[in-house]
Design a protein around this ligand. Structure first.
Ligand SMILES: Cc1cc2nc3c(=O)[nH]c(=O)nc-3n(C[C@H](O)[C@H](O)[C@H](O)COP(=O)(O)OP(=O)(O)OC[C@H]3O[C@@H](n4cnc5c(N)ncnc54)[C@H](O)[C@@H]3O)c2cc1C
Length: 719
């Protein structure tokens, strides 16, 4: 690896070639997944969306968009395009089979309350196609067709996704996942979440026809009608292209019988007798489920839409409530990502609110519609008719009924509680270890060395994302000694305390051999985490250790180092545990490989391959060690003290599993050289060569002016 590789590494960090940690993954490009994807992308998040099929599903299913959903789609910027391929249905009717209208709901009653006082009749795939057109142009969106999610695993603040058939880049990592993969959701199943509820004895038959029913039933036939009848109940509705009728089918009939041309014609003729046969353009028969997942959140996976709940289609609420889920899920995730809301709180609140909406609003209403439409008790039917006509006369009740069926009530409950409760629990401050883990998941991390507060500030000012504290530089700066095992835990902890106080970057600490045996290593983890270490590294040299680039090193037995790694993993709160092996220069590559595998097996998060390795060796090492977050489990040293130019080019090394690289001693070398030259100049010329400008620059690094200003404000009694 050469110095000229570094810009390439920084580019890789921002745009890694594979195994990047996505912010949010979505399974399913149905209406729910697509709404979630567009909303997240518009909020600036990185989104990856998986769809099992080779394109969008064109299945004829949902065709009614309620006003509450139209309001959300307006915010997404898709409502106009949807109107262009939709029909406004301001009226819906409850009718007797005879044709008599029991009650008529005129949604213009909601004028003033919503810009959309009507149902919009449009196929659900119109919405998914419009959204796809937008997502395709967004740089922060990755769309993957032919990519069925097979299973997911919950990680610590992330999700691992496996696709059917296995892919090169698996597991795919994301901080969050929204499962929108339909009622059979493999995501839900792989998380072991129960899908509780019932399947109706009835199946439903849906038939679409080119016939214009208004010619027979009159121009006042609404675009949506619910037909009440003990046996031949059903729904008649208009989509932009066709009329669609829905009938119940008993379990006495097979699907073949139901779908036969004679049977379908007979059903249509019973609904509306006419002299000529119906031209049927689409038919489907399906089982009807009323089910809900036992929870809508598992770790950072949220279930939405049919993956979370399904209900009978009477009232047209399945997709609409799914769109509401998608909205709420994105609100929660966005609040965690951008406003410091606690992730567990957000996921729990989402689950509670949307499960309540699905069970107590949507399913309850859909079940009531089903019971009312097929009521066979004469007295009960008469009472229902009375209630409907009473509602017709009561404007207040009618408006309330319309708010409910437009799904405003359930959506407003969700949004209201999110507004009040979502921000109530803030996430605890993020530890250095969590920050470092997250960075490792996002791409290669390149750290420069620091040995005191000023050099740490300079690492941050230069734009590095992490600080590395090498034992060698601390040994030199604190004791004036070479890297031969002079410094102990006390000196290192003090240096780290000063450094972590001076920078917000994660600080990764070279903990030498652990300063003794297993017990001392445990104490080192405790002390170094106390002073803010984000990562702690131990090596397998025999104490007193010597610089990794020197000859004559000796190693402890593998078992002793394994024990140190295990105790470090057990003791740490969140720090990343790094196991360094110096075996390449002592036992050769085979020894290094065996040790690396053993240390990874013991729980090390990263394996530090000290010494010079070829690309093939790095690849073999990567394959021998457990996959950590981000899939790059190796750390290498680019130190000027060794021959790092012999390492493979950076991009290849990265693909071979290198995720953490350090330039540990550049700072101490630069400081020594600069100080030496300046002092020579002083001695020979009487002047250092530095002046006021240099001092100004230096004090700016220390934020001197900012602090003086603050002191003045405080003295003047300002906050
Ligand atoms: C006849 C009928 C009429 C209906 N009418 C209405 C209505 O008018 N209004 C209404 O609100 N609701 C209605 N519904 C319900 C509505 O269709 C569903 O609630 C809605 O489709 C749910 O959307 P979804 O995105 O959650 O799931 P889906 O639409 O089922 O989409 C899931 C997507 O995930 C994909 N997928 C599946 N498995 C995987 C996997 N492993 N990995 C990746 N992708 C996967 C699928 O291919 C699909 O594209 C109706 C349903 C039926 C059957």
């Amino acid at each position: 690896m050469t110095e000229t590789d570094i810009p390439a590494l920084l580019a890789l960090r921002d745009n890694p070639p594979f195994e990047k940690m996505h912010t949010v993954a979505i399974s399913g490009m149905g209406p729910v997944g697509m709404v979630a994807a567009l909303r997240l992308a518009q909020l600036g998040h990185d989104v990856i969306v998986f769809e099992a099929l080779g394109g969008l599903s064109a299945e004829a299913r949902a065709s009614t968009f309620h006003p509450s959903s139209l309001e959300l789609l307006e915010q997404l910027g898709v409502v106009e395009e949807l109107h262009a391929v939709g029909l406004k249905a301001p009226i819906y009717q409850y009718r007797e089979r005879s044709g008599a209208v029991l009650s008529q709901m005129d949604m213009t009653l909601l004028e003033g309350e919503t810009a959309y006082p009507y149902r919009l009749q449009s196929e659900q795939n119109n919405l998914t196609e419009i959204i796809l057109g937008k997502l395709q142009d967004m740089p922060n969106v990755t769309l993957r067709f032919n990519s069925p999610v097979a299973r997911v695993e919950r990680g610590d603040r992330h999700v691992r996704i496996h696709l059917e058939g296995g892919h090169r880049d698996e597991p795919i990592l994301a901080q969050w996942m929204i499962a929108c993969d339909g009622a059979a959701s493999p995501t839900r199943k792989s998380l072991g979440i129960a899908f509780e509820g019932t399947t109706y004895d009835d199946r439903f038959l849906v038939i679409s026809t080119t016939h214009e029913f208004r010619e027979d039933l009159g121009e006042d036939l609404a675009y949506v009608s619910y037909i009440y009848d003990p046996t031949e109940w059903g729904v008649l509705l208009r989509t932009p292209n066709h009329w669609r009728a829905l009938f119940p089918v008993t379990d006495a009939e097979t699907d073949e019988e139901v779908m036969s041309a004679e049977n379908m014609e007979a059903r249509m003729q019973r609904l509306n007798p006419k002299d000529t046969p119906y031209e049927i353009v689409h038919r489907n028969v399906y089982a009807v489920n009323m089910r809900s997942a036992s929870t809508y959140a598992s770790g950072q996976v949220l279930l939405a839409g049919d993956a979370a709940h399904c209900n009978n289609p009477l009232g047209g609420m399945g997709m609409n409530s799914g769109i509401h889920d998608a909205w709420a899920a994105v609100e929660c995730i966005n609040a965690v990502l951008t406003e410091g809301v606690d992730a567990t709180h957000a996921a729990t609140l989402y689950s509670e609110l949307r499960r309540d909406a699905a069970i107590n609003h949507v399913q309850a209403r859909a079940q009531k519609n089903y019971d009312n439409m097929r009521q066979d008790d004469d007295a009960a039917r008469a009472e229902q008719a009375d209630q409907l006509s009473a509602m017709d006369r009561d404007l207040f009740e009618k408006r309330e009924h319309q708010r409910n069926s437009a799904m405003f009530t359930s959506l407003r409950l969700t949004l209201g509680r999110l507004k009040r409760e979502l921000h109530a629990v803030k996430a605890p401050a993020v530890s250095g270890g969590q920050k470092f883990s997250k960075l490792l998941g996002q791409g290669p991390v390149y750290a420069a060395g620091a040995y005191d507060a000023v050099s740490a500030k300079l690492v941050e000012q230069a734009g590095f994302k992490a600080v590395y504290v090498p034992g060698s530089a601390v040994s030199a700066s604190v004791m004036g000694q070479p890297d031969l095992g002079y410094i102990g835990l006390a000196e290192m902890a003090e240096a780290v305390r000063r450094i972590t106080a001076a920078t917000d970057l994660p600080v990764i600490v070279d903990g030498d051999t652990g300063y003794g045996g297993v017990l001392q290593a445990a104490e080192a983890v405790r002390r170094l985490e106390q002073v803010g270490a984000a990562g702690i590294q131990f090596e397998d040299q025999l104490a007193p250790k010597r610089c990794g680039h020197l000859a004559g090193k000796a190693l402890v037995e593998t078992e002793e180092m394994v024990a140190k790694v295990k105790i470090a993993v057990a003791e740490r709160t969140s720090a990343v545990i790094i196991a360094r092996t110096d075996a390449k220069g002592v036992e050769g590559f085979e020894g290094a490989l065996a040790r690396a595998a053993a240390y990874a097996e013991a729980g090390a998060d990263l394996v530090f391959a000290e010494g010079v390795y070829s690309l093939e060796e790095l690849t073999a090492l990567r394959d021998a060690v457990r996959t950590v977050v981000g899939g790059r489990p190796l750390m290498v040293n680019l130190s000027e003290a060794g021959d790092s130019s012999a390492l493979p080019p950076l991009e290849l090394a990265h693909e071979a599993g290198v995720g953490f690289l350090i330039h540990p001693v550049s700072a101490v070398l630069a400081a020594a050289e600069g100080i030496a030259a300046t002092y020579q100049r002083l001695l020979t010329t009487g002047a250092s060569g530095k002046g006021q400008e240099d001092w100004k620059q230096f004090t700016t690094l220390l934020r001197q002016d900012e602090q003086l200003e603050r002191a003045s404000r405080l003295a003047a009694g300002e906050a």
